[in-house]
Design a protein around this ligand. Sequence first.
Ligand SMILES: [Zn+2]
Length: 174
Amino acid sequence: MKRVRCPKCDRYITFDETQYGDGQSLVFECPECRKQFAIRIGKSKLKASQKEEQPEEDEGAYGSIVVVENVFHYKQVLPLKLGDNVIGRYVKGTSVSMPIETNDPSMDTKHCIINVKRDKAGRLSYTLRDAPSNTGTFYMNDILSNYDRVRLEDGSIITIGATTLILRAAPEEP
Ligand SMILES: [Zn+2]
């Protein structure tokens, strides 16, 4: 069963979506306020537009962070930049450079920082530190102290709040 919300009075109406096919339009009449409105069966618009904006193949020249989907948000892929990438939960007017769209209440609005730089050999290096945050930043399940600076590798797993991040390092130049 699925729920739709009346656009006029916000009452939820439950219906059995298995009775209908993808792309089919349905018209409801709200039992509360009698408003009639139509919906279309299929993938949610939010999910579709997020995928268009952030295709999975877009690794970025300096690598990227994959935000693993959970109950609080959809999967997101955020490209890294040289220098400090400040990661936190998106809020209106956020000042962090890498906001994550999520309802995860245990993720701070400024939670951790990944620094990207080139070493003398021209290779990119990735270093993680805590912002500091209220709930801590975890690298491979170990919590970072305020002074920890952790060198990340491709595939490194970072946990902030209930959310898992995976580093995708930029491909090495030949
Ligand atoms: Zn209504």
